[in-house]
Design a protein around this ligand. Structure first.
Ligand code: GDP
Ligand code: MG
Length: 598
């Protein structure tokens, strides 16, 4: 395709503002799918994505409109996938900025639009959901101008749901977004935008060609990975797969090259011709590193092999999560897994549970700490180690200094909830950096330790603000912290799965909260059970579960046999989901619930 006839764009939006619905409409209008084939939200093709309304893997569709080829890139909408978002945006010249006409600008709108501006995108504001009675398009236009600082006078008013403004959006893409630039005669240079595993095609790689041409039968080289591969397919999604002879400069499409694992095709790598390579790779390649770790253990020890197989399968399609075997005194064999963030963790955990039918225990999520150890005898230099698991914490006497990762968070919140949100951030060791008002809302900037955010910060934020606050963050590096390992003991047995690294100043509150919750979560036994939180052998909080008094079936009066049997069966069922610690049984749910902070 001629460069002047190509337009590459993405859609940026806060969650639920209508990105997927709009993408579907654009596909439908340009004839990519018939009405009959048009199932809701074509671009979000995983169940979990549908349920949560988020897009995990970027997908791209090639549309045709009035003699032009329009490549629509669906970018992942969540901070955990920030690097993937950045690569997708780098593959485009423009973006549709979709803002809900009733909700207005939100934190993720901002985070994404700033990235888009950094990539020099032409931004077309689209005010969506104008069909809603509560829509206030003029107010939202003002917000876009005031908060983001871009001209919104020519914003398109649309309803993705009712099909209003769709042609105007497509026309605006052709008229306002610049055509890509590129040199067809230069050596091949293409960016690896995304890769995923397909059971029929193997690893599919989404590319944006910068210079040169990529074609079937070509021998290509991945510049960062250093590997070469023979291309066996070139094509595009419309959204159904269509094979093409080649892709020229400015074009976006897919290739396959008999690659077995996505780990061999890392996002951000540069593809070039093996025989006539480009002199320099494209800038900005980054190896993504997991930032949140937790242990995953099967409830039933017999499921360990099944867990190993399932995790390996998931990993085939997701190079950004890591796993290695872990043994826990309390939980037996399992895996220590690393994730890009909390959402990423939840997605993997949910897929294991749902798609692979596994009952899992998840240990407290932990960030990666940096420990500077004191110099041991015979050592030339003091060592610095990374700690992924609180259970591996060395003896405190051996530690000189602990550093923890910090983030910069931007929170958007209606005025009336501001006080409670400030308190929440303060309680989580936050440092306030900025507070400004736009309309009836506050834009709050805080620096926070990631450690304080990984547990339940997001849930708390949402519940305090009745869902109105929005939140986005980026990592800003490591800082020293007064951190200690807190252990939890049930009936004098340490439960390693519940141990965590906490700040000394909040340890007591956390410890007390944990003991109180465990008291409610662990059922009574025939004996008294003490629950304690301790730091290095010193108990900082304690609760006691009283002994059970009556037989549970006693209240059935022996009269109703079926009821009695049901109760016993239920107990048996419950037993399967229990874990034994010495002589105490702890229900699986207690682990997850205990980690939520009150
Ligand atoms: P995304 O998270 O940005 O991809 O948002 P979705 O496309 O999943 O839409 C979120 C919700 O808003 C869904 O329930 C949609 O049906 C609804 N929605 C999307 N566009 C419109 C619109 O123009 N009008 C109305 N009333 N609802 C819409
Ligand atoms: Mg969506």
């Amino acid at each position: 395709t001629e460069l002047s006839k190509i337009r590459n764009f993405s859609i940026i939006a806060h969650i639920d503002h209508g990105k997927s619905t709009l993408a579907d409409r654009l596909i439908q209008r340009t004839g990519g799918l018939s009405e009959r084939e048009m199932s809701a939200q074509v671009l979000d093709n995983m169940d979990i994505e549908k349920e949560r309304g988020i897009t995990i893997k970027a997908q791209t569709v090639r549309l045709e409109w009035k003699g032009h080829v329009l490549n629509l890139m669906d970018t992942p909408g969540h901070v955990d996938f920030a690097y993937e978002v950045s690569r997708s945006l780098a593959a485009c010249e423009g973006a549709l900025l979709v803002v809900d006409a009733a909700q207005g600008v939100e934190a993720q709108t901002l985070a994404n639009v700033y990235q888009s501006i950094e990539h020099d995108h032409e931004i077309i504001p689209v005010i969506n959901k104008i069909d809603l009675p509560s829509a206030e398009p003029e107010k939202v236009k003002n917000e876009i101008e005031e908060i983001i600082g871009i001209d919104a006078s020519n914003a398109v008013l649309a309803s993705a749901k009712s099909g209003i403004g769709i042609d105007e959006i497509l026309d605006a893409v052709v008229e306002r977004i610049p055509a890509p630039k590129g040199d067809a005669d230069a050596p091949l240079k293409a960016m690896l935008v995304d890769s995923w595993y397909d059971p029929y095609l193997g690893v599919v790689i989404l590319v944006r060609v910068i210079d040169g041409t990529i074609r079937k039968g070509q021998q290509i080289k991945f510049m960062a990975a250093g590997t070469t591969h023979l291309i066996d397919r070139v094509g595009a999604f419309r959204p159904k797969i269509e094979q093409l002879p080649d892709l020229g400069p400015g074009e976006i499409g897919f290739i396959t090259a008999q690659i077995k694992e996505v780990a061999q095709a890392r996002v951000g790598d540069t593809l070039t011709d093996a025989k006539r390579p480009a002199a320099e790779p494209l800038p900005g390649f980054k190896e993504v590193q997991p930032v949140v770790f937790c242990g995953l253990f099967p409830v039933d020890a017999n499921d360990f092999e099944k867990l190993r197989e399932s995790i390996s399968k998931l990993r085939l399609n997701d190079a950004s999560f890591s796993f290695e075997m872990e043994t826990s005194a309390a939980l037996g064999f399992g895996f220590r897994c690393g994730f890009l963030g909390l959402l990423h963790l939840e997605i993997i955990q949910e897929r294991l549970t749902r798609e692979y039918d596994l009952d899992l225990i998840t240990t407290a999520p932990s960030v990666v700490y940096r420990l500077r150890l004191t110099k041991a005898a015979g050592e030339a230099e003091a060592r610095t180690i990374e700690l992924h698991n609180p259970a591996d914490m060395p003896d405190p006497n051996r530690i000189d200094e602990i550093e923890e990762p910090w983030i910069k968070a931007v929170i958007y919140v209606p005025d009336e909830y501001l006080g409670s949100i400030l308190k929440l951030c303060q309680d989580r060791r936050g440092i306030q950096k900025d507070l400004t008002y736009v309309g009836g809302r506050a834009q709050l900037t805080y620096e926070l330790p990631l450690n304080e955010v990984v547990f339940d910060f997001y849930d708390r934020l949402k519940s305090i603000s009745r869902g109105y606050a929005s939140f986005d963050y980026e990592q800003i590096g490591y800082r020293e912290g007064d951190l200690v390992k807190m252990s939890i003991m049930v009936n004098a047995e340490p439960v390693d799965a519940l141990s965590m690294i906490v700040h000394r100043g909040t340890a007591e509150t956390r410890g007390r909260g944990m003991c109180e919750r465990l008291k409610d979560l662990i059922p009574r036994h025939l004996f008294k059970i003490p629950i304690q939180a301790a730091i290095g052998g010193k108990v900082i909080a304690r609760e006691t579960i009283a002994a059970m008094r009556k037989d549970v079936t006693a209240k059935c009066y022996g009269g109703d046999i079926t009821r009695k049997r049901k109760l016993l069966e239920k107990q048996k069922e419950g037993k399967k989901r229990m874990r034994e610690y010495g002589s105490v049984q702890i229900p699986q749910e207690a682990f997850i619930a205990a980690l939520r902070m009150g």
